[in-house]
Design a protein around this ligand. Structure first.
Ligand code: NAD
Length: 484
């Protein structure tokens, strides 16, 4: 158990939550603090049996849960959100302890995560169907939308609360129970969420949080025919593999996968605003965000000035453990992440890039990396082709809008893209030409519960948030009625 001082110590749970019961297991998974490497606690290493039990309990809970009115389910979701707001400081501290992000960002994530519950609490009453003009005089056509059934969700470590509420919110709102497997690196945030769900009145079996071995639990969540829908957020590699397994039982599948976001600075950009936007979109969560900028395409005429501007701003970022006052850059999640950042920098430098600032580990600890800027990075460097997921801004030159768009689209990823330009006509052209699910024009921050979030190409399937966010949890049913 961690030495973390919480106002509600019971939010730190070292048990999993299966069908409304808190359960233990002798086999344990240890969780560490990325800032120190110290073990902060452990959770049960559950497997197949627990996953099957969670599905069974979800099946039992489904009929009563779907029969509640949307308003009744919405009230429970709103209470859950209110509890998150009330205990936001504890939730933020738990998150920093297992995930590493600066406390200010963790507080922001708690609010962002709760906002999905709040949004879908209201959407619960707004699920509509269609009455269709009939094709024959003695027929009536009615299309209703009904909950798809039991939902399974697998979520990543980089947003340990929000990636769960973005799925649990719409699932529960429309009447589906959900079984969640959070990342083994960040189970405590998910378990705190389950404590508050229970307190808010989410009935037993409607939400389970399984901790344990990803493969064993994943086998059940992708293979069990009782599960109607599988929703995954994580890496493209794992997402593709799990989606393929869902094919056997023809589950509905939603995928939120990796990105490779371009950030384009045109010759008419407000350079200071672009630098601020880049810091927000590149260095948030130490670069470990799916919508993080991965490649910075800068017009040739501004490239060197922009590099100099970034050098000053990036060098000022305070690197320190997330719970330290004023921390702006915490540790990376694990040593694998640090090694990947190092490998991408090494490759870029070997291919002729210039190091502007950073480029090495930070004295704050072995998982801390100094925020880095590289200039003149060639387009075929690893860092331009793969998601780096670390605090490195890689600047590339371009000479024309056409070239910028071609470079930006030259990837199988299609999650988020950013561009800074003051030319309104160009903004329209980019909106049409960039092959991405989300665009930030003159802004580096794009996510809100009110807007659709998701990718195209190999970045995913489906949209989360907004009024569209419930669609993936609903099935359309036609009733064709003979009225003689
Ligand atoms: P990951 O794919 O390694 O893990 C994600 C989840 O899958 C974890 O819960 C993990 O335990 C589980 N998992 C891994 N292997 C599994 C297996 N064989 N069977 C069953 N489950 C398995 O990804 P990560 O490192 O946790 O997260 C970072 C990735 O997530 C990045 O690529 C990032 O871009 C992506 N991401 C995407 C979005 C989005 O909305 N598009 C949001 C956040 C993160």
């Amino acid at each position: 158990m961690t030495g973390l001082m919480l106002q509600r110590p019971d939010l730190w749970r070292e048990q999993a939550f299966v069908g409304g019961e808190w359960c233990d297991d002798d086999a344990r998974l240890e969780v560490d603090d990325p800032a120190t490497g110290a073990i902060v606690g452990s959770v049960p290493a559950l497997g197949r049996e627990a996953a099957e039990k969670a599905v069974e309990k979800a099946k039992d809970a489904f009929p009563a849960w779907r029969t509640l009115t949307g308003k009744e389910r919405g009230r429970i979701l709103q209470r859950w959100a209110d509890l998150m707001y009330r205990h936001s400081e504890d939730l933020a501290r738990i998150m920093v302890t297992e995930q590493g992000k600066p406390l200010a960002e963790a507080r922001g994530e708690v609010t962002y995560a709760a906002s999905f519950l709040e949004w879908f609490a209201a959407e619960a009453s707004r699920v509509r169907g269609d009455i269709i003009p009939p094709h024959m005089p003695d027929r009536r056509l009615i299309a209703t939308r009904q909950p798809v059934g039991i939902v399974a969700a697998i979520t990543p470590w980089n947003f340990p609360l929000a990636m769960i509420t973005r799925k649990a919110g719409p699932a529960l709102a429309v009447g589906c129970p959900i079984v969640v497997k959070p990342s083994e690196l960040t189970p405590f945030s998910a378990l705190a969420l389950a404590v508050l769900a229970q307190e808010a009145g989410v009935p037993d079996g409607v939400l389970s949080v399984l901790t344990g071995t990803p493969e064993a639990i994943g086998d059940v969540l992708t293979g069990d025919p009782r599960i109607a829908k599988f929703s995954f957020t994580g890496s493209t590699r794992v997402g593709k593999m799990l989606a393929a397994r869902c094919a056997d039982t023809v589950k509905r599948v939603s995928l939120e996968l990796g990105g490779n976001a371009p950030f384009i600075v045109f010759e008419d950009a407000d350079l200071d605003a672009a630098a601020e936007g880049l810091i927000a979109s590149k260095f948030r969560n130490m670069g470990q965000t799916c919508v993080c900028t991965n490649r910075v395409l800068v017009h040739d005429s501004l490239h060197d000035r922009f590099a100099a501007l970034l050098e000053r701003k990036v060098a000022q970022l305070k690197v320190a453990p997330g719970l330290d006052d004023g921390s702006e850059q915490g540790p990376l999640i694990d040593m694998r992440a640090v090694d990947k950042v190092r490998a991408h920098i090494r490759d870029a430098l070997q291919q002729g890039a210039r190091l502007i600032t950073g480029g090495e580990s930070h004295p704050a600890g072995e998982r801390f990396f100094t925020p880095t800027v590289l200039a003149d990075v060639p387009a075929d460097a690893l860092i331009c082709r793969e998601e780096t997921f670390g605090p490195v801004a890689a600047l590339q030159r371009f000479e024309s809008e056409e070239e910028a768009v071609r470079l930006a689209n030259n990837t199988r990823a299609g999650l988020a893209a950013y561009a800074y330009t003051q030319d309104a006509a160009r903004q329209w052209r980019l909106t049409e030409a960039l092959e991405y699910g989300m665009l930030g024009l003159n802004t580096g921050l794009i996510s809100t519960e009110m807007a659709p979030f998701g990718g195209v190409k190999e970045s995913g399937l489906g949209r989360e948030g907004s009024h569209l966010g419930v669609d993936d949890y609903l099935e359309v049913k036609l009733a064709c009625i003979a009225v003689p």
